[in-house]
Design a protein around this ligand. Structure first.
Ligand code: HEC
Length: 485
C-alpha cells in the first residue's frame, strides 16, 4: 500500500512538474503537446486525424519504429542530450493522457441511474528514439477506480491500480543486420533500408518486443478507438465471497473473446469474459512481433504472444491499395492460432474451470478507408475452439463471430462525430450464450488540440434480458473528457 502511494505521489509530482513547464513549452513555435510532437516539432494533425486515430503519415511513422527518416538524428539520444540538455530531452520523451467519464446515465426497465464518474484512467507515456534504429515506447497506467480481478480474493473488485499500461516495448530496425549478411541496403537519415532506389524496397524487418499490441499495424487497431470501452460493472451480495459480473463493457465485438463460460486459468478461476479483447487483437500482451513494409504498399507481420496459460502465433498481411493525398484505402487479413490459450469449464460444474485447455483459431479481415474528413474502418473476425472435452460437446457452441464497423467524421476543425455498429454472434455454453447488437454514437468537441469533451450514447438493439450481463440494459449515456499532454 505504501509503495503504491509513493508511486502515485511520484506520478503527481511529475504531472505537477509538467504543469509548470507548459508556458515554457508553449512559447516555442508550433510546440504541440505530447512526446512525438515535441521531439519532431510537429502539430498533432501531422500524424493524427484527431488523437488517438493516426493518419497515413502517422501509421508509417509507427511502422518505421517511431522515426521520421529525413528528420531523425543520426546520433540519436546522445545527440539530443548534447544539444538540448537532459531536462528538455526528458520532457520531450514523456506524455500524459487523462481519459474517462464525468457523468454516466444508464437505463434499463428496472432501474435508471445517473451518477458522477471521476476520470477513470491516467496514462503516462515514455516514447523516444534511442538511435536511428532503436526506439522505446512505454505506458504506465493509473486508475483511481479501476476494476480488476483480484488474485488474492478471486473476484472482481475496484480500487487504485497502478502499473505497466497496455504497451511497453522496444522497436528495433533489423535492416542493418540483413545488410551485414549481404542484402543490398540504402541509407536514409542514418536509417538502413533494404533494397535499391527505384527498385524493391523494404523497411525493416522491425522487431517489436516486450508488452506489445501487434494489431497496431492492422487496418482496424484495437487501441486507437474514438469510442472508448465502457467499464465492467460487478455486484457483490453482502456476505458472499465472490462478486458477480453485473454488466459487461461495450467494446468492439469483432475483437472480443465471444464465448460464454471460459476461464483464463485454473488456479485463480478468473473468467475469460465474453468482451475481453484477446489474441492478436489484445490491447497489449508480452510477445515478440516482426513486421516489414515492402515497396511501401505491403506490410507482412508474424509473431508470438503469450496469453493466459498458453501462447499465440499469428500472421497478418496488409495491403495499401490506394494512397493518394486525400484518399487512402487498405485491407488486412489475419490468421491466428492460440495454443492452449483458454480453459474450458468443468463439464460437471460450469462455474469452475475444468482440466482442459483449449486451442483457438482466429481469422478475419479488416479494412480502412480515409477520404477527406471521413475515416471508415471495420472488421469481421471469426473464432473457433478446438480440444473441447467430449462431455461438453452437447452444451457448448465452439464457433463465434463478431463484426464491428466505425465511421468517424471530422465535421468541423473542433468537432469529431463518430458512429459504431457492433454485432456479436456468441459461442460457448448454450444455456448462457446470447448474441448482441449495439449501436453507439459520439460527438467529441476539441476546444484545443489536446483537450476534448465527449458525449456518447449506446443503444442495445436487442431485447432486454435481466439475467444476462451482455444485454441487461437499454441505453447508456456518457459524458467524458480526454486530455493529452
Ligand atoms: C510524429 C507523429 C506524431 C505526432 C506529431 C503526434 N503523435 Fe500522438 N501518436 C503517434 C503514434 C505513432 C502513436 C502510437 C499509436 C499506437 O501505439 O497505436 C500516438 C499515440 C497517441 C495517443 C494514444 C495513446 C494511447 O495509446 O492511449 C494520443 C492520445 C496521442 N498520440 C495524442 C497526441 C497529441 C495530442 C498530439 C499533438 C499535441 C500528438 N499525439 C502528436 C504519433 C504522433
Amino acid at each position: 500500500m505504501l509503495r503504491r502511494s509513493i508511486v502515485v505521489v511520484a506520478l503527481l509530482a511529475a504531472a505537477a512538474g509538467f504543469a509548470t513547464v507548459v508556458p515554457y513549452v508553449q512559447v516555442q513555435p508550433a510546440a504541440a503537446v505530447p512526446a512525438f510532437a515535441r521531439q519532431y516539432d510537429l502539430q498533432c494533425n501531422a500524424c493524427h486525424t484527431r488523437p488517438p486515430r493516426l493518419n497515413r503519415f502517422g501509421e508509417q511513422f509507427h511502422m518505421m519504429g517511431f522515426q521520421i527518416p529525413s528528420a531523425s538524428r543520426p546520433d540519436g539520444l546522445l545527440g539530443s542530450l548534447k544539444e538540448d540538455g537532459p531536462a528538455k530531452t526528458l520532457i520531450d520523451s514523456l506524455a500524459l493522457r487523462v481519459v474517462g467519464g464525468l457523468l454516466e446515465y444508464s437505463e434499463s426497465p428496472r432501474e435508471t441511474e445517473t451518477r458522477l464518474e471521476p476520470p477513470h484512467e491516467v496514462e503516462f507515456f515514455i516514447a523516444r528514439p534511442i538511435t536511428p534504429s532503436l526506439s522505446l515506447y512505454a505506458e504506465l497506467e493509473y486508475q483511481p477506480n479501476g476494476v480488476a480481478f483480484s488474485r488474492d480474493r478471486g473476484f472482481f473488485d475496484s480500487g487504485h491500480t497502478f502499473g505497466l499500461g497496455k504497451e511497453a516495448f522496444f522497436m528495433w530496425n533489423m535492416g542493418a543486420l540483413l545488410g551485414a549478411v549481404g542484402a543490398p541496403t540504402m541509407e536514409m537519415g542514418g536509417q538502413t533500408m533494404i533494397g535499391r532506389h527505384g527498385g524493391f524496397t523494404m523497411h525493416g524487418p522491425m522487431l517489436m518486443a516486450g508488452k506489445v499490441d501487434p494489431n497496431t499495424n492492422f487496418s482496424y487497431s484495437t487501441n486507437r478507438q474514438m469510442l472508448l470501452d465502457t467499464e465492467l460493472e460487478f455486484e457483490r451480495e453482502p456476505g458472499e465471497d465472490r462478486s458477480e459480473v453485473h454488466r459487461l463493457p461495450i467494446v468492439p465485438y469483432a475483437f472480443a473473446s465471444k464465448f460464454f463460460g471460459l476461464f483464463k486459468n485454473r488456479s485463480e478461476r478468473e473468467p475469460q469474459l465474453v468482451t475481453d479483447q484477446v489474441m492478436y487483437n489484445t490491447t497489449g500482451a508480452p510477445g515478440a512481433d516482426f513486421h516489414a513494409m515492402i515497396n511501401d504498399v505491403v506490410l507482412a507481420e508474424v509473431g508470438f504472444l503469450s496469453e493466459n496459460e498458453g501462447f499465440n502465433t499469428y500472421g497478418m498481411l496488409r495491403y495499401d491499395l490506394l494512397d493518394r493525398r486525400e484518399l487512402t484505402f487498405n485491407v488486412s487479413v489475419l490468421l491466428n492460432w492460440g495454443f492452449g490459450v483458454v480453459r474450458a469449464p468443468d463439464p460437471e460444474d460450469h462455474d469452475h474451470p475444468g482440466d482442459t485447455r483449449l486451442d483457438r483459431l482466429r481469422y478475419g479481415i479488416a479494412a480502412n478507408l480515409k477520404w477527406k474528413a471521413l475515416d471508415v474502418y471495420g472488421a469481421v473476425i471469426i473464432d473457433r475452439l478446438y480440444g473441447l472435452p467430449g462431455a461438453l460437446r452437447g452444451d457448448f457452441d465452439r464457433s463465434a463471430a463478431g463484426l464491428t464497423l466505425e465511421v468517424d467524421y471530422l465535421a468541423h476543425e473542433k468537432v469529431m462525430l463518430s458512429g459504431r455498429f457492433d454485432q456479436l454472434w456468441a459461442g460457448g455454453l448454450k444455456d448462457d450464450k446470447l448474441d448482441a447488437t449495439v449501436l453507439s454514437a459520439q460527438a467529441k468537441f476539441y476546444p484545443w488540440q489536446n483537450i476534448a469533451f465527449f458525449v456518447r450514447d449506446s443503444v442495445n438493439l436487442r431485447p432486454f434480458k435481466e439475467d444476462n450481463a451482455l444485454r441487461n440494459w437499454r441505453n447508456q449515456l456518457f459524458v467524458g473528457i480526454d486530455w493529452d499532454f
